[in-house]
Write a protein that binds this ligand. Sequence first.
Ligand SMILES: Cc1cc2nc3c(=O)[nH]c(=O)nc-3n(C[C@H](O)[C@H](O)[C@H](O)COP(=O)(O)O)c2cc1C
Length: 340
Amino acid sequence: MYTLVRELLFKLSPETSHELSVDLIGAGGRLGLNGLLSKTPASLPVKVMGLEFPNPVGLAAGLDKNGDAIDGFAQLGFGFIEIGTVTPRAQPGNPKPRLFRLPEAEAIINRMGFNNLGVDHLLARVQAARFKGVLGINIGKNFDTPVERAVDDYLLCLDKVYAHASYVTVNVSSPNTPGLRSLQFGDSLKQLLEALRQRQEDLARQHGKRVPLAIKIAPDMSDEETVQVAAALLDAGMDAVIATNTTLGRDGVKGLEFADEAGGLSGAPVRDKSTHIVRVLAGELAGRLPIIAVGGITEGKHAAEKIAAGASLVQIYSGFIYKGPALIREAVDAIAAARG
Ligand SMILES: Cc1cc2nc3c(=O)[nH]c(=O)nc-3n(C[C@H](O)[C@H](O)[C@H](O)COP(=O)(O)O)c2cc1C
């Protein structure tokens, strides 16, 4: 069934088909129809970051940037939903075209640049949603906020979303906002994490609940850099790490149409790079901090590989575009089978 839908969607430009899909999933959600599109995944409850997940397969950030289709995505069977990246103010993102499909490689290249309607719009959508499951809100900085003042944007978003999120993801790994990835290293990372952790404590007192803070990192890191990030996360007392965002590398797509477009590459070609980061992180973190693995899951078995590499949860984006909602159940089943 999805093969047919995909054939129609892939006739449209990637961005038009993206917008249409989110609209349709949102509309289906409001009508309560999306459960009909895919068989409900098996129940595979897990507890991570103190939160109860009905299954460990989530929607990755960037598909529902504005929180417009939360109920719709939830009805497809995801164990959790991450919306955003959201910035303090609405911004248009980069000029179009900025989204490219590389179907031969089951890959996508994007340089969207955090196009979103701003944190207030997102919060209104969250409040209108019926969803009661685990909702992650992924926060970033506006493109015109100097990177030295990035912390102000993250704090502003954290203040606003805190009461409405099950967990908050700090995105320092998009390749499409100049300077953003520099926040993953050294003193910039330490200062950012310290400021966010301090604010998390203040907000926890104020709201009487502790909302976990995760950080999302890039796959384009050496093992040494990954080890340093792991140490900084433990030092700061973060609650989770999401590995990974898209890659600037072009391994696995060379010679294909659009391979030389600027932006982040996702889907099958990022899989091994991303899983390698998970493995290195898991070795360093030794269970002290949970890992949410994302990158290149296009079949159920890839989700099980991520869990075997040390992840507690997984997320999918590009695989969902290529395989449709059936991939959610396939991933849950593969993880359950690997557990035995
Ligand atoms: C079009 C597109 C937009 C994305 N936007 C975001 C975003 O706003 N924030 C974010 O943290 N990740 C974003 N991502 C990255 C995904 O969440 C995910 O980390 C990455 O694509 C690797 O997973 P995948 O191979 O399953 O796609 C985006 C990915 C794509 C393809």
